[in-house]
Each structure stands twice: as structure tokens, then as C-alpha cells.
Design a protein around this ligand. Sequence first.
Ligand SMILES: CC(C)(COP(=O)(O)OP(=O)(O)OC[C@H]1O[C@@H](n2cnc3c(N)ncnc32)[C@H](O)[C@@H]1OP(=O)(O)O)[C@@H](O)C(=O)NCCC(=O)NCCS
Length: 185
Amino acid sequence: MLIQAKEVKLKNGETLILKSPTPDDAQKLLNHLKNVFNQSYQNMNHPKNNWDNFPVEEEAKILTDFASSSSKFMISAFLGENIVGNLCCFGMGGEFLKFNARIAMGLEKEFHNVGLGTAILNYAIETAKQNKIHRLELTVRTFNEAGIALYEKVGFRRVGILKDTAFIDGKFCDEFMYEMLIGNT
Ligand SMILES: CC(C)(COP(=O)(O)OP(=O)(O)OC[C@H]1O[C@@H](n2cnc3c(N)ncnc32)[C@H](O)[C@@H]1OP(=O)(O)O)[C@@H](O)C(=O)NCCC(=O)NCCS
């Protein structure tokens, strides 16, 4: 699924474009992922250097797969030619679960706390509503105060705590599970 371009103005006065990255954007997306994982790997699901040697051709294949899929989409935040934030929404498989989708996102540090998280997540919720998703879910580490603030602000509800789900820098970390019912049946 390819999501069309939408302009957003941030609290710091900058204007960005939210849209799906295409296979031509593979290198830009890899550059962005390298930055986010370097800055914030403790909040993510892979180590700091996960994307350092990831082949651009493989990333282009992933983006081709997203573009042709009816059950998943990405929304990237473009500042000029650079990607500075990205969100993935993955629909679940199986006849009984196909109305569920899971969200994962990350922004570069220079774009924290200026409204980009809210803008990109609200655009994803709007897109999911238009695409027959009934329920969204996500997990966030219990120490990720910015993530928790964002998810609660846009209306996700905390449904529980998952113990020891990640092993990072030599210790286990807990995660909160959040969900949002968005109404499609
Ligand atoms: C988590 C993340 C997406 C949050 O985005 P963001 O930049 O804070 O989003 P916004 O600027 O829209 O802020 C949303 C709300 O959270 C609040 N907030 C931001 N940082 C906060 C912090 N550290 N503690 C408490 N609240 C915070 C903001 O004040 C804002 O509320 P307001 O609009 O009422 O003022 C961003 O910090 C990030 O990408 N972090 C690194 C990767 C990551 O953690 N990904 C998520 C993994 S689950």
C-alpha cells in the first residue's frame, strides 16, 4: 500500500512531507534507520549497528513488497531529500485476525518533541481506518516516557505489562502493551 503525500507543519516551524517511501527511497530509508538505531536502539528491536551493512537492494525489495501489499504500509517523514522519521503498520495474517494491525515507529533525535510523532501516528490511524482495520496494537518499553506520552495522547489504551520481553545491554526489559479500537467491522 502506498500512502499519498501530506504536508505537516511542526512546532519548530519546519514543514515536512509524510508519504510512503518507494523502492527508489531505499538508501534514504537505510540512512534514517542507521541514525535512529544509533540514537535510540534501546527503544527498538535490534542492536545499534543492525542497518550498517544492510544491502540497499534488500531494502528496495522490502519497499516493493510494502508497495504491493494490501495489509501493510509505511509512512516516512521527508525533510527535503532526507527521511527523518518512519512508521510501519503491519496487518496480521489469518482470516480471524486480519482486522488487527501492529504499529512500530521511530524518529531522529532532532525531531523529537516537536509534534512529528503525533502527526505521523495520526496519519497512520486515519489510513488504517480507511483500510478496514478494526484494532491497532503496539508495545513500548516501560522506560520510554516519550513513547508512552505519545501513545496515550493519541488515544491508545494500556492493556497490560509484558515481563522480560527484550534482553538489552545485559538485562531484561519489560514492555507495556497498548491497543486502540478504531471501529471498522
Ligand atoms: C517515541 C517517539 C516516537 C515520540 O515522538 P515525539 O517526538 O515525542 O512526538 P510528539 O512531539 O508528537 O509528542 C507527543 C507528546 O509526548 C510528549 N512528550 C514528548 N517527549 C516526552 C518525554 N520525554 N516525556 C514525557 N512526554 C513527552 C509531548 O509533550 C507531546 O505532548 P503534547 O503535544 O501534549 O505537548 C520519539 O521520541 C522517538 O522516535 N523516539 C525514539 C524511537 C522510539 O522510542 N520509538 C518508539 C518505540 S515503541
